[in-house]
Design a protein around this ligand. Structure first.
Ligand code: F0G
Length: 355
């Protein structure tokens, strides 16, 4: 056996051909992208699907899909001479922005809704040395402020309103088509600010133009019921949900999410916090996949469709956007710990287990 030389990893190296790069764009990487596509062992049957695949975007370097787009947004900002970046975030974008800023030696400012960011995400932004601004308001307020501030000051905005983020995130659609040999029939995805559903739809369109896919998936987006502006057709002033990542009342990419839904003959519907938490527990206990609550919305949506007799069979891919480790507080309230105390001896452990 010979061991090949390590090949360069990361979205920019792998997908240069489909990204808006120039020779001057720095080829930075934290090893993002190329995430596993794993077949469901249990939930597939529950959803009445022929095949259900999980795209493990939680395997990205900072534990969420944001890294795919952030690497491109930061590289382009560096190319333009930026010394600092800024984002508004429910947590994952800030963790990702802070990581790439640390990696490339620039400053990072993150605007987060005070008290509403999961502990692990805040820990990441702290560890990476970002300047954290806790806003007295929700994500939508923070994004409005970030947009205005980056117009006024020499700081690059790296939210998904930045087209370089969408360009990077579309690479996941290419990976799915490569792995399955075609696009899936259904793409299930959580919707918050609606950048990711926009990016996937763009990606699948480009896959079919390039002959990598013979079909378009039906884009099935799921919002949390307490934060479902697209479903309701109007902004939600005080969005509320256990899935804090998608606690968004006025998504920036609203129009392109609707276009993805309508052009693909898809749907954008709401799932309740109970439905999200049921899928969250099932993913861990029956599939061995620990996601954060927002990610479980995609699976909760597929289960809901099946329960309502709307399962269509076929092949589906569900995007699992973020890692469960990011939100330890929800984990400790939602899982029943099987813990027994024992003396530190063979006999002690046997006694405790009743063996
Ligand atoms: N899943 C997770 C884990 C997220 O963090 C987000 C968005 C989404 C889904 C929804 O994606 O916004 O593109 O529709 N998080 C953003 C953030 C808003 O600030 O981290 P979207």
């Amino acid at each position: 056996m010979t061991i090949a030389a390590p090949r360069p990893r990361g979205v920019i190296h792998h997908w240069a051909e489909i990204l808006p790069l120039t020779p001057q764009t720095p080829r930075i990487s934290l090893g993002e992208g190329d995430t596993p596509l794993v077949r469901s062992s249990h939930i597939e049957a529950l959803c009445g699907l022929d095949e259900l695949w999980f795209k493990l975007e939680l395997c990205n370097p900072t534990g969420s899909f944001k890294d795919r787009g952030m690497v491109v947004a930061v590289a382009k900002a560096l190319e333009d001479g930026a010394k600092a970046i800024m984002c508004a975030s429910t947590g994952n974008t800030s963790a990702s922005a802070a990581a790439y800023a640390a990696h490339t030696g620039i400053e990072c400012f993150v605007l987060v809704p005070g008290g509403k960011v999961a502990a692990g995400k805040l820990a990441q932004a702290i560890a990476f040395g970002a300047q954290i601004i806790e806003v007295d308001g929700n994500f939508d307020d923070a994004l409005n402020a970030a947009r205005a501030l980056t117009e006024k000051h020499p700081v690059a905005l790296v939210n998904s309103v930045n087209p370089n983020r969408i360009a990077g995130q579309k690479t996941a659609a290419f990976e799915i088509c490569e792995a399955l040999g075609d696009a899936p029939d259904i793409l299930a995805i959580p919707v918050g600010n609606a950048g990711n559903i926009t990016a996937y739809w763009k990606g699948f369109g480009e896959c079919s133009e390039r002959g990598l896919a013979s079909l378009h998936p039906r884009m099935c987006g799921f919002q949390a019921a307490g934060a479902a502006p697209i479903v309701l057709g109007k902004p939600v002033e005080s969005p509320q949900t256990v899935a804090t990542a998608i606690r968004i009342g006025n998504p920036a990419s609203w129009k392109s999410a609707i276009a993805a839904r309508d052009e693909s003959n898809g749907l954008i519907e709401a799932v309740t916090d109970d439905e999200i938490l049921e899928a969250y527990r099932l993913l861990a206990s029956k599939e061995g996949i620990f996601v954060e609550p927002a990610s479980a919305a995609s699976v909760a949506g597929l289960i809901k469709l099946a329960r309502e007799g709307r399962a269509t069979g076929g092949r589906a891919a569900a995007i699992l956007t973020g890692n469960g480790l990011k939100d330890p507080d929800t984990a400790t309230t939602q899982y029943e710990p099987k813990v027994t105390k024992a003396a530190g001896t063979v006999e002690g452990v046997e006694r405790a287990l009743g063996w």
